[in-house]
Design a protein around this ligand. Structure first.
Ligand code: ADP
Ligand code: 5GP
Length: 197
């Protein structure tokens, strides 16, 4: 759901990452954040429960479904989506303003619909990157090996992945994450090119 960006300040640039779950998007984003480039991660809000070692205010702001709906009603989100049934995810305007106020470039990890929406809002100030898995079978293997989701949740994510892959063409850049090192190199190149403009 795209909302209004009229009360967000915008000075730095935006780098948007979207991908089917398990493609390796978080792995790529975390590696890039360590490299400098004045990048800061936009911590989304979600109504899903923390997974593994996840902590409130680090990977996400974890909210109850009621708290999440209350923030939707107050217009606190730049965009939000019900990515999986009863699991809401959204970018808080306050988060974007916080990162802009210190002059950093913002990195978003959002679903494909959120990615396309943020790109539409910011145009040339944003670079949208789609991280593509080599195949659905490899995606399943990665989700199983990650060991953070139940078999049922993995199947839900795989079923959604088929739809998400169709969005690749709407992104500025598609990075196929087969060999991680090569994927990181291509992403860094695209980022340097974009930030240098
Ligand atoms: P996403 O954020 O897209 O859901 P993750 O970054 O959590 O995906 O990656 C899913 C799993 O796949 C993790 O266990 C990660 O270590 C692993 N992984 C990431 N990239 C590769 C790769 N190129 N080859 C094999 N495994 C990978
Ligand atoms: P996960 O549960 O694996 O952390 O995330 C599930 C999906 O929700 C991923 O595709 C992730 O990119 C997406 N997501 C995370 N935060 C946001 C957000 O703020 N907005 C939108 N639209 N999607 C998000």
């Amino acid at each position: 759901m795209q909302t209004s960006d009229s009360d967000t300040k915008q000075e730095g640039k935006l780098i948007i990452f979207s991908a089917p779950s398990g493609s390796g998007k978080s792995t790529i984003v975390q590696a890039l954040l360590k490299k400098g480039f004045n990048l800061e991660f936009s911590i989304s809000a979600t109504s899903r429960a923390p997974r593994g070692e996840e902590k409130n205010g680090v990977e996400y702001y974890f909210l109850s479904p009621d708290e999440f709906r209350d923030k939707i009603a107050k217009g606190d989100f730049l965009e939000w989506e019900e990515v999986y049934e009863n699991n809401y995810y959204g970018t808080l305007k306050s988060e974007v303003n916080r990162i802009c106020s210190v002059g950093n470039n913002i990195v978003f990890d959002v679903d494909v619909v959120g990615g396309v929406n943020i790109k539409k809002m910011y145009g040339d100030k944003a670079l949208s990157i789609f991280v593509q898995p080599p195949s659905i079978e490899e995606l399943r293997k990665r989700l199983v090996n990650r060991g953070t989701d139940s078999a049922e949740k993995i199947e839900m994510r795989i079923a959604k992945a088929e739809e998400e892959l169709a969005y690749a063409a709407e992104f500025d850049k598609v990075i196929v994450n087969d060999n991680l090192e090569q994927a990181l190199e291509s992403t860094e190149k695209a980022l340097l090119n974009f930030l240098g403009k």
